[in-house]
Every structure is written in C-alpha cells, then in structure tokens.
Ligand binder design. Structure first.
Ligand SMILES: [Zn+2]
Length: 547
C-alpha cells in the first residue's frame, strides 16, 4: 500500500477583515522581498549561484514587517528553488569541452530531396582534456577571491586538492594570463545570457510553517455552526500571536480531520507546512498536505491467478488467455537499447575508460526518456486490459507473483536479440508493473495480491518440484506423474493456488487489515510447504488440470 502526499485547500474567506488584512499585507511584503532577492541574485550571480540553499537563507534572512522567521525563510527558499533551472544552465554552459571528432552519416539511397552519398547527420563527439577541465572550473568559479582561496586553503579530499594544485600550476604557468582572460570572458558572456533578466515573482501565494502545541486544524465543538473546523496559525502580529479562522471541512472531499493531525515532537510541538493562497475568485485559502493511502480494495475472494513473463507474452491466466506486449514497441525499444549500447561501448573504447562512467549524449538521453515513457504507457494499457478481462470473467481478486524479484527465474544464458532476459526485465521496468496493476485494479474495485515467485514454474500438482519439469520453456511436463500443460497457464494456476488454497494462503501469506503480503520465508521452507500441500491434495487436484 503506498502513501502519497496530497494537498487540499480550505476556504478562509470567513476571516474578518483585520485578519484578512494582516495576511494580505504579509503576502505583499513577502512578494516584494522575493523580487528583491531575485534582483540581488542577478546582479552578483556568480557569487549566489555557487552557494547552497543554507547559504542563501543565512545570507538573505532579515526582519520583514508583519512576518515571522518561517515566512522569511520559506520566501528565500522559494526564490532558491526558482533559480534551480538557471543554476543548471550556468553549470552546463561553463563546462568546456572540445571537439574530438565529427562522425558523418551518409544517405545510402537516393531520395526526393537528397542523393545517395549526401550527408544525413553530423554527430559531433566532444571530449574533456586537462585543459578543458581547468577552463571549465575557472569559468564556473572565477571571482576576485578565487586565486587567493586556491593558494591558501587546503582540501582534505586528495582528488580535490590534486585538481586545485593542477589549476594553480596552469594559472602560474606560461599561458596563465591567457587562460584567466579566456575563463573570465566566457563567464561574463554566460552570465549576461542567463542572468540578464531576473525572475519576476507575481503571485501573492506564500508558503510557511507553523510550530505549535495544537494541530493547525481543529474541530469546532459548536455543532450548531456552519463551520465545522478552525485553522490556527501562530506567530502572527496579533495580540495573542495566533490567527484563528473558521473553515468548512468536507469529509467527502478533504477526508477525516485526523488525517491532517501531526505527531508532537520532543518539545511537544507540531510542525505543519502550509500555503496561503490569494485569488480573485475565492479570496483566500489555505492548502494543507496529508498522507493519503491509495484506496486499497480488500475482502475479495474470486481469485484470478496470472503469470507475468517477458518471453512469450506479458500476462497469461490459468485458462491460457494471453495478453501480449505491443511487439512493435517492444522490438523497437530493444533496437534502441542496442544502439545505445553500441554508442557507449564505442565511446568507452575510444577513451580507454570503463563503460560504467560513460554517459549518453543529451540527444540520446532525451530519446531514452521518451522511450521509457512509451514503454510505461504500454504497460499501463496492458494492465488495464488485464483488469477488464478479470472483470469479464467475474473475478475480483488478481493474484500475481511478486514482480520485484522477476528475472531471477530466467536461466542466465537466455537472451532476446542479444539481451539477457534479466537485464531486459530491468530495462522494461517490469517491477513498476506492481504499482500499476495495483492502482488500476483498485480503481475498478478489484483486490490485487502478490505472492512469492519461487517455484511457480517447476511445481506439479502432484507435489513434484523439479527443474526438469520444465525442460522446454513453453511446455510443463512432470517427470513423476506425467502431467502436461502449457507452461505459462500452469504457472498462473499455481500462483492462484497460493491465495485460493486455505492451507497455502495461511502458511505463505501474512494478512494485515485485509491486505496480503508474502511472509519472509526461505526458499527451502516455501518448497517444503508446497510439497506438503500438493502431496495431500493430489487426488482432487489432478482432475481439473488445464490442457
Ligand atoms: Zn506431477
């Protein structure tokens, strides 16, 4: 069961005008303050952009009329967060590389707008050298105190210190002056481009945090009132320091009030982050966050066992109904992955480095992201189909093997187009299927349970557990009783048993609040439980085998 943060808004328009005025004036002051910081950052960007969030807070903190420390700190943090993109752009732009080589790809055939042999793509390969690393460092960090700092301070980190010594060596060397001029002009150009325009803050909305003994939201004990709750914000410029505003809590929309309660810390204080929102239509609102469980469906007993694999299909139930991948997407994705592999290997070979540290080009990294989204979308579509199928069959409890361990079952040598299946499963992010099916299933009112994955492919209903039962991937054939079945369907059946059979369920699964999870068991123990159970069931079980 996953807990997610969800934000809910509460209407504060019942605030009387003095309270409203205080919050509005605060918001205005904080807005001015944010823009003031933003301007400062852009006039001395090299200084600020290399500093941490903590440094910013210490540096910019000051007294602001009507505001408390938390208001001010959160205003600074908001500006800091908004500059993250510029910070990244600065970092990227100051990193100098030189052109290593240029690959050209030519057209192989004549086309409408090109001829065979015309240039199709230029692919410029860049590399880092000692020199580019030094210029990068200097363009990034150059300021009036940098050289002094390098000469006087020592780092405990040996690599860092070696690098600093190298920088100094170059700076003090024959071409030192030229390097410095080069780095400085580069930095100036980049700063002008990125920080010419300060980010302008326009919204009055502000974030802050309370620390108080009570919860930020409390019940209104007066049941006659149309407002059933109060919001209390401490640390305000009023007589007792607290602003309390009545509000309406709708159980249907907001959930229970208790979901917003916080545990007290050691000082018996409760910390709550909140956002005050001003807008034209609703006036003023407060947004609070609570942990919300994805509504988990429980208590369903029409079990539907499903085998998940990557080889023949994606899903297969005990009747042998399959739902396959979108093979076009699957194949193209594999093609793309192989292309990435080739590129990375070539790069590694060229630089004589280990493959691990090599990164894809920006263009390829972007393509990879796009592919990952496409694959995930496909997994969602297929999971949806599975849930619909279960409903059509009158089933309400999908049982699957625990996908986080999937891939171990495949023999090490098994490959698809040069890809080890275990790796392919990781690249397809099959583990994410778990959350996807759970969420889609629950949305449709179906319970979803994951059981141990061990021995689902080798177990016979006669109690024989043996690797040799599955000599051929597609066919299950028991070496003891001779039972023959379509392997994936057979696995689906066995997976279902682990929930539908009372003995197996009680021995293999934990149940808490109606939610089943696999017990922590050794593989050996699981095997013993399975053998014992199937052995005694043999006579009845073998009669309804699936062909
Ligand atoms: Zn058997």
């Amino acid at each position: 069961m996953e807990l997610i943060d969800k934000t809910y808004k509460f209407d504060l328009s019942s605030a009387n005008s003095p309270k409203f005025e205080i919050l509005l004036e605060k918001a205005k002051n904080l807005l001015v303050f944010r823009n003031e910081i933003s301007q400062k950052v852009c006039t001395n960007s090299q200084f600020y952009i290399t500093k941490s969030k903590f440094d910013w807070v210490t540096h910019f903190r000051k007294k602001i009329e009507l505001c408390n420390n938390q208001d001010v700190t959160h205003a600074i943090i908001e500006v800091y967060k908004n500059y993250a993109n510029k910070k990244a752009a600065y970092k990227k732009a100051t990193t100098v590389k030189i052109q290593d080589k240029m690959n050209t790809i030519l057209y192989k055939k004549n086309g409408k707008n090109f001829k065979k042999g015309d240039t199709r793509i230029f692919d410029v390969v860049m590399k880092s050298t000692k020199m580019t690393m030094i210029v990068s460092y200097l363009s990034k960090y150059m300021n009036d105190g940098l050289l002094e700092f390098l000469r006087t301070s020592k780092s405990d980190d040996k690599d860092k210190q070696d690098f600093r010594d190298m920088v100094l060596g170059y700076v003090d060397g024959k071409h030192g002056d030229r390097i410095l001029v080069l780095a400085k002009s580069k930095q100036e150009r980049i700063i002008k481009k990125i920080f010419e325009h300060a980010i302008e803050f326009e919204s009055l909305t502000f974030v802050s945090c309370t620390e108080q003994k009570q919860n930020i939201i409390t019940k209104n004990k007066n049941t006659q009132s149309i407002y059933n709750a109060f919001i209390t914000i401490p640390g305000q410029p009023v007589e007792d320091g607290k602003i309390t505003i009545p509000t309406k809590l709708s159980k249907k929309h907001h959930g229970q009030i208790g979901h917003y309660y916080k545990d007290a810390n050691k000082k018996d204080q409760r910390n709550t982050t909140y956002t005050i929102i001003f807008n034209d239509k609703k006036g003023i609102e407060i947004a609070l966050t609570r942990k919300k469980a994805d509504e988990t469906v429980i208590g369903k007993t029409n079990y539907y066992g499903v085998d998940v694999n990557v080889k023949h299909n994606l899903f297969c139930d005990k009747h042998g109904h399959e739902i396959d991948y979108d093979r076009d997407i699957f194949n193209d994705y594999v093609k793309f992955l192989r292309y990435c592999d080739r590129k990375l290997n070539a790069k590694a070979k060229k630089n004589g480095e280990k493959r691990k540290g090599i990164k894809l080009s920006n263009k390829d990294a972007f393509l990879k992201k796009t592919w990952e989204i496409r694959v995930k979308d496909m997994l969602k579509r297929k999971s949806n189909k599975l849930v619909i199928r279960a409903i059509e069959l009158g089933m309400d409890h999908i049982v699957l093997e625990d996908l986080s361990h999937m891939g171990r079952g495949y023999s090490k040598s098994l490959e698809f187009e040069g890809f080890k299946y275990s790796r392919l499963i990781r690249l397809l992010n099959i583990a994410s299927l778990k959350a996807i099916i759970q969420s889609i299933g629950n949305k449709h009112g179906l319970q979803v349970t994951f059981v141990h994955a061990s021995y689902t492919s080798q177990t016979c209903t006669c109690g024989c557990i043996d690797k040799r039962n599955r000599k051929i991937q597609e066919i299950f054939k028991c070496i003891v009783c001779g039972l023959e079945a379509y392997a994936d369907a057979h696995a689906g059946d066995l997976i279902e048993d682990r929930m539908s059979d009372d003995v197996l369920r009680s021995k293999l699964m934990n149940c808490k609040n109606g939610v089943y999870t696999p017990k922590k068991l050794k593989r050996k123990t699981i095997k013993e439980i399975l053998i014992a159970c199937y052995d005694t069931n043999t006579s009845t079980k073998n009669q309804d085998v699936i062909k």
